[in-house]
Design a protein. Structure first.
Length: 471
C-alpha cells in the first residue's frame, strides 16, 4: 500500500466537520473533491474533550489527554481554587510524530500545530501556534527562520480576535491571516527539504464561531437574509483555492496527503451557567449573595465563596470542568476522601438530570478522568461535563435571570464543538474513494506506517493502512 510513498503532507483544518467538508460544501471545493476521489475518508472521532488543546497533540502523539496531562487551554494550579496555568509546548512530554521521524533521519516541517509555543528543536523547521504571545518573541525553530518568514510576509499572524460584534473586521482579518499562512506554507514546501509536512489553519474554527448563525437556519439566533449568510461557504471556497495552489507544488505520485481536523462544529443552542446552578442547588455557597442581584455579569473571582460549606464549583468553556472541594487536597476542603465517590456520583446524577429551558431532555454526558484514560496526569478536573452532548456551552460567570443563556458569556460565539471531525487519506495507489470511520488515535500510527517507521510505542489507535489492506 505504501511502497511508493516518499512524503506525507498533512493539511490541518481546525474544527472542520464531515457534514460541511464532505457534504454541504464539497461541490464548492473542486480541489478537495478531486483529491477525495483517490482517498479513504470519513468522520474521525475526536478525543475527550473535543477541543483544540489537547486534540492536536493527542493526534500527534497517539496518547490520551490524561496521559498528556492536558485537559484544555487553561488548567487549575494544584492546591488552589481558581489560579490557573496556560498550556504550552513544554508540558508535552510524550513523543510526537515528528520526534519519531527525527530519530529515523527524516525531516519535518511543522506549522501552527497547538500547542507548539515555545517552539521545540526539530530535525527540520517549526513555526509555533496561536498561543504564541506576539510576533516579537522567538516563534520559529531554528530562530533564523523568523527573519526569513518576516522578509516574505512581514509580521506573522498567529490568530485573530473573533469574539467581537464587528463581523466585517473578523472576516477581513481571517481572510488576511489565512492567505498569509498559505503563502508561508507554499514557500516552505518549495524551498526546504522535508519528508513530513504538517500545518494547521485555525481560521476555519474562527469563521465557524463567528458566522454560524448566519447560514444555519436551525440556529436559535438565525438571521435570515444577512449579508453574512455566505461567509462560511466563501471561506471553504478560499481554503479550496489555497489548497489547490499548494497541491500543484507536490508530487502526488509519491506523496500521501491527509486532510484532518481536531474536532467538528455545530450550532450552539446556548450556554448553561454552571456556577449559578451549583449555588441554586446548594453545592456552592457564597456569602455575598446580593452580588447576584446587581443585574450584571459576575465573574467567579468576585464571589466571596464560603469554602467551608462548599461542595463543588465549575469552569466555563465548550465543556464544563467541575471540581470537588476535597479535604486534604483543597485548602479548605470539606469532602472526606471516604465520601468522595458517593458525593461525586450524587452530583453527577444531578448534572445528568438537568433539562433544557423548556423542560426538554438533554443528552448530558459526565466523564470521570480516571475512567476514560489509562492514566490521568496533572491538574485534572473531578468531572468533565458535556451539556446536551456539547450543544450547550458551560458559562462560568453568574448574575443572570436564568441559568440558560441564549448567547455565549465571553463574547459573540455561534458554534460549539462536535465529537466528530474529519480525516481523509490520499494515497496514489487508491483507485476509488473508500468510506471509513476513524479515530483521532489512528493518526500517529498511520503517518508512521506511511513513511515505513516502526516503533515500540503502544498507540491507542491503529494504522489505517492495515484496514485498507483488509478491504
Amino acid at each position: 500500500m505504501n511502497e511508493d510513498i516518499k512524503k506525507v503532507l498533512v493539511i490541518g483544518l481546525d474544527s472542520a466537520p464531515p457534514e460541511l467538508l464532505f457534504e454541504k460544501f464539497l461541490d464548492d471545493m473542486p480541489n478537495v473533491k478531486s483529491l477525495l476521489k483517490k482517498s479513504a475518508y470519513g468522520p474521525m472521532r475526536s478525543c475527550i474533550p473535543a477541543i483544540t488543546i489537547p486534540a492536536w497533540m493527542v493526534m500527534a502523539t497517539g496518547k490520551t489527554p490524561g496521559e498528556l496531562g492536558l485537559y484544555g487551554f487553561r488548567h487549575r494550579k494544584r492546591g488552589t481554587y481558581n489560579e490557573i496555568w496556560i498550556a504550552n509546548s513544554t508540558m508535552v512530554k510524550e513523543k510526537t510524530v515528528w520526534d519519531y521521524l527525527s530519530e529515523n533521519g527524516k525531516n519535518s516541517i511543522v506549522i501552527s500545530v497547538p500547542p507548539s509555543y515555545p517552539p521545540k528543536k526539530i530535525r527540520g523547521y517549526m513555526i509555533s501556534c496561536f498561543i504564541t504571545p506576539d510576533p516579537s518573541v522567538d516563534y520559529t525553530y531554528p530562530k533564523e527562520l523568523k527573519r526569513e518568514i518576516e522578509s516574505l510576509v512581514g509580521e506573522f499572524i498567529f490568530d485573530v480576535v473573533y469574539r467581537k460584534e464587528n463581523r466585517d473586521e473578523v472576516k477581513e482579518d481571517v481572510w488576511e491571516m489565512t492567505k498569509q499562512h498559505f503563502e508561508v506554507v507554499r514557500y516552505l514546501i518549495s524551498e526546504k527539504e522535508w519528508d513530513y509536512f504538517q500545518f494547521v489553519e485555525i481560521g476555519l474554527d474562527r469563521i465557524h464561531h463567528a458566522f454560524w448563525k448566519y447560514f444555519d437556519e436551525a440556529h436559535h439566533l438565525y438571521e435570515p437574509n444577512s449579508k453574512y449568510k455566505n461567509v462560511i461557504r466563501d471561506y471553504y471556497r478560499l481554503l479550496d483555492y489555497e489548497i489547490g495552489k499548494l497541491l500543484k507544488l507536490v508530487d502526488l505520485d509519491e506523496t500521501a496527503v491527509i486532510i484532518v481536523s481536531d474536532h467538528g462544529a455545530k450550532k450552539m443552542k446556548g450556554a448553561f451557567a454552571i456556577n449559578q446552578w451549583l449555588i441554586e442547588e446548594g453545592y456552592l455557597r457564597i456569602r455575598n449573595k446580593g452580588i447576584l442581584k446587581e443585574g450584571r455579569q459576575i465573574k467567579f473571582n468576585e464571589l466571596d465563596v464560603d469554602w467551608e460549606h462548599t461542595i463543588a464549583w465549575g469552569w466555563g468553556g465548550y465543556y464544563a470542568r467541575v471540581f470537588l472541594n476535597v479535604k486534604g487536597r483543597e485548602p479548605k476542603g470539606v469532602i472526606p476522601l471516604s465520601k468522595y465517590p458517593e458525593v461525586r456520583e450524587e452530583l453527577s446524577d444531578a448534572l445528568r438530570s438537568i433539562r433544557g429551558p423548556n423542560g426538554e431532555p438533554w443528552d448530558t454526558k459526565v466523564f470521570y478522568p480516571e475512567d476514560i484514560y489509562p492514566e490521568a496526569r496533572g491538574d485534572k478536573p473531578d468531572m468533565m461535563v458535556y451539556f446536551d452532548n456539547l450543544y450547550w456551552r458551560s458559562a462560568g460567570t453568574l448574575g443572570y435571570e436564568s441559568v440558560y443563556l441564549k448567547e455565549n458569556d465571553t463574547g459573540p460565539d455561534d458554534a460549539v464543538h462536535s465529537e466528530y471531525g474529519v480525516l481523509s487519506l490520499y494515497i496514489p495507489s487508491i483507485e476509488r474513494p473508500v468510506y471509513i470511520t476513524s479515530s483521532i488515535y489512528d493518526f500517529a500510527p498511520t503517518v508512521l506506517g506511511l513513511l515505513g517507521i516502526k516503533c515500540n510505542t503502544a498507540f491507542h489507535g491503529k494504522s489505517l493502512l492495515k484496514m485498507l489492506k483488509e478491504q
